[in-house]
Ligand binder design. Sequence first.
Ligand code: SAM
Ligand code: SF4
Length: 328
Amino acid sequence: MELGDRHGRVATDLRVSLTDRCNLRCQYCMPAEGLDWMPAEETLTDDELNRLIAIAVTRLGVTDVRFTGGEPLLRRGLPAIVAATKALPGSPRTAITTNALGLKHTAAALAAAGLDRVNVSLDTTDPETFERITRRPRLHDVLDGLAAAQAAGMRPVKVNAVLLRGINDHEAPDLLRWCMKHEYELRFIEQMPLDAQHGWDRASMVTADETLALLGESFRLTPLDGRGSAPAEKFLVDDGPHTVGIIGSVTRPFCGDCNRVRLTADGQVRNCLFAREESDLRAALRSGASDDELAQRWVAAMATKRPGHGIDDPAFLQPTRPMSAIGG
Ligand code: SAM
Ligand code: SF4
């Protein structure tokens, strides 16, 4: 079996949200206060999670597993979950997307568990801008976490940045310079309508074109071919060797090449970040479904994947769950 849809795409890249909780409050993701966490009893246990990941890898053709959230490092069982995933047949590639708070203390254990790669979210290297965006004064922890990931041998260490107009967009060239100096691979991601407070506004989003223009004032950018199913368009910076990625999720969608499927921390399959429906594997699992039945449910959930996210459609509706509860 495979996770195919009616538009010829096959999902092989599983994004697992380990928790909806977070220790930052980035303004493009969460409100300053409030936002109810998922009840503990609804969250999959480590064993339940490992079973679903095993089904995806051994029966459904998944080759890549990325752990995200909320903040995946807040999940205590993370190293054991990574180790269980790596021990599956074919040893899937594993990665985390993290804000890196606490990574300083866990990077070595995660590398030992077999974690292959880490993407750290960092929008600025200015402490004041950092606190303005994340609402917490924790820049130093993120920088320590990045260094620890590199010291633990994870390569490449990627940095994901979201630009916000009037807040950190003017810092884009500095951030690129800083990442090149530290050998981190930077990618800029367009802000998407996935914040819990529904504050996204197309007009104020910094587009991929604008980001390229901003960087173009300081660097010579040469497009590289071969985006494949990767969302980032890559550019060589000043003839290399460093590159920068631009992920135009909204204005340059890569839906036609999407190979992703998502599992939320409460055991719902989502066939798209922007899906309006979910398929409840947790209820099936807890009522005694066999691996085969769970796999069949998962396949059925993928069939209805829509061709695109439809953000530009006047009838577009933001998903009910915010990014932090879906898994970014
Ligand atoms: N807490 C982890 C982190 O920040 O890396 C993992 C979860 S976070 C939801 C995953 C990624 O989504 C981060 O890189 C974050 O910057 C990005 N993100 C969050 N809200 C976004 C939005 N509205 N538009 C675009 N990217 C967003
Ligand atoms: Fe937390 Fe990541 Fe959302 Fe920031 S983007 S609030 S770090 S989940």
